[in-house]
Design a protein around this ligand. Sequence first.
Ligand SMILES: Nc1ncnc2c1ncn2[C@@H]1O[C@H](COP(=O)(O)OP(=O)(O)OP(=O)(O)O)[C@@H](O)[C@H]1O
Ligand SMILES: [Mg+2]
Length: 313
Amino acid sequence: MVCATKWPGLRIELLAPAWNLVSSQAALRSCASSHAACGRLSHVICAGDHLLKVRELMSLRSSSVGDARLEDSPQRRPLIELADLTKTFFMGEVQVHALRGVFLRIHKGELISIMGPSGSGKSTLMNIIGCLDQPTSGRYILDGQDISRLKDDALAEIRNRKIGFVFQNYNLLARTSALDNVELPLVYAGVRNRRRKARAALEEVGLADRLDHRPSELSGGQQQRVAIARALVNDPDIILADEPTGNLDSKSGREIVAIMQQLNREKGLTVVFVTHDRSIALHTERIIHLIDGQITDEELVAEPIGVTIETAV
Ligand SMILES: Nc1ncnc2c1ncn2[C@@H]1O[C@H](COP(=O)(O)OP(=O)(O)OP(=O)(O)O)[C@@H](O)[C@H]1O
Ligand SMILES: [Mg+2]
């Protein structure tokens, strides 16, 4: 707050942990530098115009999420808002603190990645964002609704309506065609015109000519595309992908990223994916770094690497 009066128009951005709110890179750079000068940020790195990296965001958090929300206009309200989120697993006598106070805001239409060492809590975070699991404490507001304490049934309903998942191991049914795999969520949801919708989703990921192939008759990259089609078929708002390129060679990995970018750009889907590969993360607009259950760093990628399915080769 020390510098807020100098930049009244940027007060929310300075207080909020979500740097994507800031109206321009130049504005953020000047404010961050100023905060650094005031001792609020100890370290600001600007690497040309391409990458702005702000360290020690933790010092800015100051549990101000509530204040910032009050000042958000409806258009700027985050789609996903996590405030002081924790997750503790109880293994007999032992407690595992998988998430230890996560603050994160994600806006509609963002394409972001999460990076961090093994065991840092990435999958735990994705599972909570995706309503597969509940936090131990803290708040999770999804599209304006506090869902932190909802029961399983209510969470499942939100998950089916809003969220599509993609996993590292594809999780396809082995003896079932691509078309039937993609149709499955529609069967559970009792939706009509299933064939047509499943076919359209497979066409969207470039697999119109592989509808009847079983997973064993497809490459890894193609299997992951089937998994993306399955995630898309219910028309979700958010795609969550936990290391979608982890099992793939670099060319197939780029193809998957190209599809994610295309879905984000053309359908306005909010896409969050976990990756260990920095060269993959640089295709997204923002990189969240998670260490030991906490967000330690965020990077804005001013010019995410663009890739199309044709250029992914
Ligand atoms: N169901 C569970 N029960 C107990 N501990 C768990 C459970 N799920 C995760 N953990 C623990 O929580 C911590 C975070 O796990 P998580 O799977 O979220 O890490 P990760 O960042 O996704 O790792 P990786 O990169 O290896 O996938 C780890 O110490 C893990 O052992
Ligand atoms: Mg994981």
